[in-house]
Design a protein around this ligand. Structure first.
Ligand SMILES: Nc1ncnc2c1ncn2[C@@H]1O[C@H](COP(=O)(O)OP(=O)(O)OP(=O)(O)O)[C@@H](O)[C@H]1O
Length: 256
């Protein structure tokens, strides 16, 4: 099987400081990869390099495009990358307002993504938007409200609807439950898990929360100081960590 994403020897430096280095892995269709590590370990730098938001200093990020097979997104033209970001990719930001248009209604936020991939019929777009609001547990009568009128959890669910409505093949998530109350986090995690399974999504999830990866990720990559120190199946890594740093990470969570 061809990997959906093939990452080869990625490195990004900020002046003399390491952002991330020597990162390589394959992600197969339907697979969810978690990236964990303490603050400053390079998770966001790596995610942004993978999603085409940041140009790495070295390496390749090959994506299995529908038309041309594996193509390096690092050397791809900007319009091509933008097209991918609108169609096959989705990016769920930690702060919903970074991924939403705050001046546009909830229905408009979801519908806009559909229009970006060519939907034109107003009635269909509105119906699909309402259907997706329902899937993320936002009542239909809130469709014309702006995101500012929503709670943090609702905003995050709206951002997820906006991202998934076009059926992307790869979803990048940056701390999707960060900054929310614990009870809201649990509900959001449940919802995300359901959607990921139902849609057979491939995803890369960055988080410092091991509970998030335990629930969502098939595989785990542990980062420290810009390097990957351990990879493996999520349960294996969390239940039997091999690297001293992973052991510390797991035990510090258990003590909470
Ligand atoms: N724009 C930047 N300019 C200079 N150094 C940066 C920049 N962004 C990140 N870094 C540095 O790169 C390293 C990795 O940072 P990064 O934000 O990727 O880590 P992280 O694991 O995502 O952290 P957090 O969980 O706090 O977001 C850190 O040493 C950080 O200080």
């Amino acid at each position: 099987m061809t990997p959906l994403l093939k990452v080869k020897d990625i490195a990004k430096f900020y002046g003399g400081r390491i952002g991330c280095t020597d990162v390589g892995f394959d992600l197969y269709p339907g697979e969810v990869m978690g990236i964990v590590g303490e603050s400053g370990s390079g998770k966001s730098t790596l995610l942004n390099c993978l999603a085409g938001h940041l140009a790495p200093d070295r390496g390749q990020v090959l994506f299995d495009t529908r038309t041309d097979g594996l193509k390096d997104i690092v050397t791809m033209s900007e319009p091509e990358r933008r097209m991918l970001a609108r169609t096959d990719w989705a990016f769920v930001h930690q702060h919903a307002r970074d991924g939403l248009r705050m001046g546009v209604s909830a229905g408009g936020n979801v519908g806009e993504r559909l229009m970006a991939v060519g939907a034109r019929h107003y009635g269909d777009i509105r119906a699909q938007a309402i259907d997706w609001l329902g899937r993320v547990e936002i009542p239909e009568d809130r469709v014309d409200d702006r995101p500012d009128a929503f709670s943090g959890g609702m905003q995050q669910r709206l951002q997820i609807a906006r991202n998934l409505v076009t059926g992307p093949r790869l979803v990048f998530m940056d701390e999707p439950t960060g900054g929310l109350d614990v009870s809201v986090q649990a509900r959001l995690l449940d919802l995300l898990r359901g959607l990921v399974r139902e849609m057979g999504l491939s995803a890369i999830i960055v988080t410092h929360d091991l509970a998030v990866v335990r629930l969502l990720a098939d595989r785990l990559m542990v980062m420290k100081s810009g390097h990957v120190v351990e990879t493996g199946l999520t349960d294996q890594v969390l239940d039997d960590p091999q690297h001293a740093y992973t052991q510390l990470l797991v035990s510090s969570v258990l003590q909470v």
